[in-house]
Design a protein. Structure first.
Length: 353
């Protein structure tokens, strides 16, 4: 049997955190279902309001409104389970997203795609737990030192996301291609050791969560053997009945072969991993005309990009896979059937009976 995961006064019966997947892939139905089964369900705030009627004209207001709705629904489905929000640091109006998530009653905020150096300030006065998503010992050390110096606070836990992850990656394309599992295992071990040091300063345990390429119980056991306290799982939850994405998006995972999983240059300046399709081939030689800005990511240069990432990811969530960026983890090709969340959680818990 595996140990539960304790994060302060929060307790996960099964030490599995569901990865936050935007746009519209991990919303209330998936997050609530994972929480109900004893893990942490996570809603991605990335363009969460894309189904709101005023999204085109008022994306920010639409996103904040949808965020409140989705957290409330997830809490209802989760029946007292833990609900988190994944908010990218690179998001425009990051501070406002964090504060809206806190007001909506989320239990945890996880932040990557940049260093969340001021996150403690934005949750001040609340009981919300905060966790950086990082890919190196250096990033963990920098964040912990800044939080210690400026806020006398330490991470409640830390997510270590490796090069096998899906979506935007915290590595260069070269590093993703060259970094071996053995080399990255050493990175995880180094962060586990550093977390022990900061745990002593904090007077409480700072759990380390391994992420990126965690697909099954065997992957989890390997991560735990390195000293991790739990795992984050994204791709495996996409092909569940409860996943909020359209069925055609899920089917793209079921059809994918190992060689179909490719590294891409995201238009927002970060490398990513996705399923190769006609859309990706088309925009290599024929960029799409950008007609509207959805105010998604800081640093996006609308005039110089081959396509709008918001539109490409909305198409994915809605099942228009011919015009979509199909983000996925390295092991997406292993998805072979539509499952239920409870089946996956039983597998990870070791209780398959």
């Amino acid at each position: 049997m595996i140990n539960p995961l304790e994060i302060g006064d929060l307790k996960l019966k099964i030490p599995v955190i569901q990865g936050g997947m935007g746009v519209g892939i991990s919303l209330s139905k998936l997050a609530g279902s994972v929480a109900r089964e004893g893990g942490m369900g996570v809603i991605s705030t990335a363009q969460i309001g894309f189904r709101e009627p005023d999204f085109l004209k008022n994306p920010l207001e639409a996103n904040f409104r949808a965020l409140k709705k989705e957290i409330a629904k997830a809490k209802e489905i989760g029946k007292g389970g833990v609900i988190g929000a994944n908010i990218m640091v690179a998001t425009r109006h990051y501070k406002e997203y964090v504060k809206n998530a806190v007001l909506a009653g989320v239990d945890v905020i996880l932040s990557g795609a940049g260093l969340p150096v001021d996150l403690p300030e934005y949750v001040k006065g609340s009981k919300v737990k905060i966790a950086p998503i990082i890919s190196s010992l250096k990033a963990f050390t920098v964040i912990s030192r800044v939080w210690e110096r400026k806020y006398a606070r330490y991470p409640d836990f830390v997510v270590v996301e490796g090069p096998k992850a899906g979506g935007h990656l915290g590595f260069s394309k070269e590093a993703v291609q060259q970094l071996t599992q053995e080399e990255y295992d050493k990175v995880i071990v180094s962060i586990v050791e550093k977390a022990k040091e900061y745990s002593q300063k904090a007077g409480r345990k700072i759990p380390v969560i391994a992420a990126g390429g965690i697909f099954d119980r065997q992957d989890m056991e390997h991560a735990l053997s390195l000293g991790a306290d739990g795992v984050q799982v994204g791709t495996r939850f996409v092909t569940t009945k409860e996943c909020d994405a359209d069925t055609r998006y899920k089917e793209s995972y079921l059809k994918a072969r190992k060689e179909d999983i490719v590294l891409v240059d995201s238009p927002v300046g970060m490398p990513g991993r996705a399923i190769s399709n006609a859309f990706l081939e088309r925009v290599k030689t024929k960029p799409e005309k950008i007609t509207h800005c959805y105010q998604c990511i800081e640093g996006c240069k609308g005039k110089d990009i081959p396509y709008c990432i918001t539109e490409a990811l909305v198409h994915a969530a809605l099942g228009d896979t011919e015009h979509a960026l199909l983000f996925c983890g390295e092991n997406a090709w292993k998805c072979s059937k539509i499952e239920e969340v409870r089946e996956i959680m039983k597998e990870f818990s070791g209780n398959n009976t």
